[in-house]
Design a protein around this ligand. Structure first.
Ligand SMILES: Cc1ncc(COP(=O)(O)O)c(C=O)c1O
Length: 372
């Protein structure tokens, strides 16, 4: 979750509640038309951000988890084979475990010691009839960025679909679905895109058609008992989170104005200072790639002899430094990096992090490391 949100996000949400209080795609009165316009504007901005040709290929969801469930359960049938990686979040691992109970065959591509899942590892895990590769773009545990474009090329050559979990990279690392051969892209609105909680989406490459998880009113083809076959209506049953999408619309506008490459390089500069600083503190062990250029601004560490949860609590209570400790909903990734038993402490840099924040965090960790 990113915080703080740009002021324009808060304004847009407040304004939407005032002047876009109708149901988008349903009525033709002023309030509903304004809501429809905002929703479409947001689709257009997201399409621009991810280099998606047709904005209507994006369906809004409540979060990345809902998008991942739709992508996985909408494509995989009993007997199908899918590859996932040893760095996946529970948002991918648990739906896949459920699908395995229904007869989907799974193989795991193991990450290297730095948490990066190589193209070779994915290729080794593939079978002749692999239908889908589900891969996290960057780990939420140690920030390691995976070579998605290379893996996308392999998927395309071998006739498999590539589903990318962009929870950690949307808005923080450049994404081009065409150049990276991404068939399905799941993203949250509330992290690097700087939007509010309760927003997210799924891009589905044309002409892929998924089975639906939820059916209902779409404001279209209302006389039919069947769900529309076209996007985005097929996957957007029920009333959308209009005020949330209005906030996301302003947020993506902000990200586009700043530029993802500029956000990425600012975070990398701070990540380098933070990683160098942590390395200089006795008893600290860092995880993930050594080079800040190979990762996002997610930095996880352990302190020898200290429970990560207690450490995070001390950082918050004594120094007002926010971190997250434990398994980060990704036990598989923690097992992969050797912290499966008690996890690690994670600092997450954001678009608005400053050098002052980094020095405050380092000074707090240094003080705690001096204690027995
Ligand atoms: C890698 C990864 N995938 C999926 C998710 C789930 O995202 P959401 O909370 O938007 O459902 C997260 C959330 O932390 C994540 O880090």
């Amino acid at each position: 979750m990113s915080w703080p949100k740009p002021p324009a996000v808060i304004d847009a949400m407040r304004r939407a509640l005032d002047d876009a209080g109708g149901n988008p795609g349903r009525s033709s009165h002023r309030l509903a038309m304004r809501a429809s316009e905002i929703v479409y504007e947001c689709r257009e901005k997201l399409a621009q951000l991810f280099h998606i040709g047709d904005p209507l290929r994006i369906a809004f969801t409540a979060n990345a988890t809902a998008a991942l469930n739709l992508a996985l359960k909408g494509t995989l049938k009993p007997g199908d084979h899918a590859v996932f990686s040893s760095m996946e979040h529970n948002a991918v691992w648990r739906p896949l475990a459920r699908l395995r109970e229904r007869g989907v065959r799974l193989s795991m591509a193991a990450a290297g010691a730095d948490g990066v899942v190589s193209a070779e590892s994915v290729e080794r895990a593939m079978e002749r009839d692999t239908r889908l590769i589900a891969l996290v773009h960057a780990s939420n545990v140690n920030g390691a960025i995976n070579p998605v474009a290379e893996i996308g090329r392999i998927a395309q050559q071998r006739g498999a679909m590539l589903l990318v979990d962009a929870a950690q990279t949307a808005g923080a690392v450049p994404i081009d679905v065409a150049a990276m051969h991404i068939d399905l892209l799941a993203f949250p609105g509330h992290k690097g895109l700087l939007g509010p909680a309760g927003t997210g989406g799924l891009y589905v490459r044309d002409p892929i058609r998924l089975e639906t998880l939820v059916e209902g009113g779409t404001g279209s083809d209302s006389a039919s008992e069947l769900q529309p076959s076209y996007m985005p209506d097929r996957y957007e049953s029920g009333t959308l989170n209009t005020s949330g999408i209005a906030g996301l619309n302003a947020a993506v506008g902000y990200v586009l104005d700043r530029g993802v490459a500029a956000i990425e390089s600012a975070e990398r500069r701070l990540a380098t200072i933070l990683m160098d600083g942590l390395r200089s503190i006795p008893r600290i062990r860092l995880y993930g790639p050594d080079d800040a250029g190979a990762k996002t601004g997610v930095i996880s560490f352990t302190m020898e002899g200290r429970d990560p949860v207690v450490l995070a609590d001390e950082l918050e209570r004594e120094f007002d430094v926010a971190s997250r400790a434990g398994l980060h909903c990704a036990p598989l990734a923690h097992r992969t990096q050797g912290t499966g038993a008690s996890g690690a402490v994670r600092f997450s840099l954001g678009e608005s992090s400053t050098e002052q924040d980094i020095h405050a965090a380092l000074s707090a960790v240094r003080t705690l490391a001096q204690r027995t």
